[in-house]
Each structure stands twice: as C-alpha cells, then as structure tokens.
Design a protein around this ligand. Sequence first.
Ligand SMILES: Nc1ncnc2c1ncn2[C@@H]1O[C@H](COP(=O)(O)OP(=O)(O)O)[C@@H](O)[C@H]1O
Ligand SMILES: [Mg+2]
Length: 302
Amino acid sequence: MAKPFLSIEQLTQRYPDGQGGEFTVFENASFGIEKGEFVCILGHSGCGKSTIMNILAGLAEPTSGVVKMDGQHVSGPSLDRGVVFQNYSLLPWLTALKNVTFGVSARFPAWSKEKVIEHSTAFLAKVGLTGDAIHRKPSQLSGGMRQRVSIARAFANEPKLLLLDEPFGALDALTRGTIQDELIKVWSDTDQTVFMITHDIDEAILLADRILLMTNGPMAQVAESVEITIPRPRNRTTIVEHPNYYAIRNHLVHFLGQRSEDLSGQPGDGVSRPETVRIDLTDAQESEEPEPAAPILRAVEG
Ligand SMILES: Nc1ncnc2c1ncn2[C@@H]1O[C@H](COP(=O)(O)OP(=O)(O)O)[C@@H](O)[C@H]1O
Ligand SMILES: [Mg+2]
C-alpha cells in the first residue's frame, strides 16, 4: 500500500525522570495522515500530544523513530510546516497585517510587496478580520482576534502541514465556536492537511475527518483512529441530530473515561495500533431489512 502523505513510524520519546532514571512518554507510536485530511488527537493531559506535535513540527527530536512527509525525513523546523499554539505567539511589535506579511514574504520571496499584502489581507478576511483591526498591534486586539491572526498567518504561508496545539483553549465558548467555523472555512478553501490537538470532544467531532485517541501516559499509545462518519458541511447546531453523532461521542467519552486508563502502561508494537474504528448507524437506517437496534461498530485493523 502507498505510504500516506505524513507517516509517523515507531516513534518513541523518553525523558529523564529527575531521579537518575528515565520515563517513557510513548513507545513505538505509528500512524499516518493523508493529504488534505483534518485529523484531531484527543488524550488526557500529559499523555504526550504536544510532544508528538513538536516532533512533527521539527522542534524536537524523538528518542527513536522517524517522521516522513512526502517521503522526506522531517528534521528541524521548515516553512512546509506551520504551527499554531494556544498562546498565539504573535510578534507584539508588529500589526496584525505585518504579523502575516512577515511570514508570507519569507515563504514567497519572489512576490511583490503588493501581492504579499493582498494575499495576507485575503487570509485575514477569511477569519473575519478586516478594516481597521488588521492595522492594530496584538496588545490592542482581543484574545479571539489574536488567535484569528495566528490562524490566518499559518494558513497564509500555505504550509504542506498545519499543526495546531489546542488553539482555542484560552477562548470563551462563543468566540471558540466562531473561530472553529472560520478554521473549517479556510481549511476547505485551501485543502491543506491539518493535525490538531484538542481536549474538547465536541470540537473534535465537528472539525475532524478522523480522531486519534491516546491512552494515558506514561507509556502512552495512539490506540484508535475513529472515523467521523458525518458528512460535511457540518453545522454546530444541527450536527447533534445526525444519527452517528451520539454513537461516536459516546465511544470517545467511554475511551477517555475508562479505556484510556485500562490500556495505559502497555508498550506499543508500532504495528497493531491504532485500530480503525468506524461507527455508522446510517447503513442500518437506510436498509430495507429490519436491522438490530444495537449500534454497528466495526473495528478493523488500521
Ligand atoms: N522537555 C521535557 N523534559 C522532560 N519531560 C517532558 C518534557 N516535555 C514534556 N515532558 C513530559 O512528557 C509528558 C508529555 O508531555 P506533553 O507532550 O506536553 O503532554 P500533553 O500535551 O499530552 O499534555 C509529560 O509527563 C511531561 O511532563
Ligand atoms: Mg499539550
């Protein structure tokens, strides 16, 4: 089978435990991401999500294992991989627009100044920032606006892979909802590949094509890959009416509430997990034959 666009192979991360020994964050984690996919990763605090993301970004080296993007080894940061952190990380002395043009002109050095500004302004507009706001500095913007700038900046660089580490963690629920919608809009306009960490189950179902589930650390595993069998476009108010919504949600809640602990502490073999989980009740509803009322839960090797 062809290798996926992004391939994470037998990744292991160990750190000193501060007492002369070491602890294993995860061992032999392997998974792939296809081009254009939106993948979320869910797991309890401390299981190693940010560590995985930092390795994908090239900001950290794993103890062992490799990450390949388009068949090339990932090492060191690159403009091919854009990162958005929870704490915005904008340059405080630059306006919103300049925070975006700064990266764009580095990424596309042949472009004229006008083209860089036009491109950057268009991406700011995609996340709802127009007019006077784009000429303000981060300190003069609300938290939600700052995070919009971070997202516009990451997408405007058109990286091959976008990495988002709990980007909405610091936002209130209303702002979060609007920015989730904007994120999906830019993603569908651009067809970029997104890997996003979140601990919000509903956010993950709304946004993702697939959710990777991690067991608790230490010695965490990427245990499951749950397909979100809900067609797009999805709408936050009507998505809950889809027959698959609560079936998927209950599966995720059960995993995080119980199985993430039950399965923890087992080293991965890098082959048998993640297990692909596909929950789809619509097959049963559309069929003419009477189907059992129980949810159809198919688990196949990933
Ligand atoms: N540079 C480091 N040195 C030592 N331990 C670390 C380092 N970075 C992360 N850890 C530990 O690795 C584990 C995973 O951390 P992290 O990836 O930040 O988890 P998550 O993002 O899932 O909350 C935690 O126990 C954390 O304390
Ligand atoms: Mg983290």
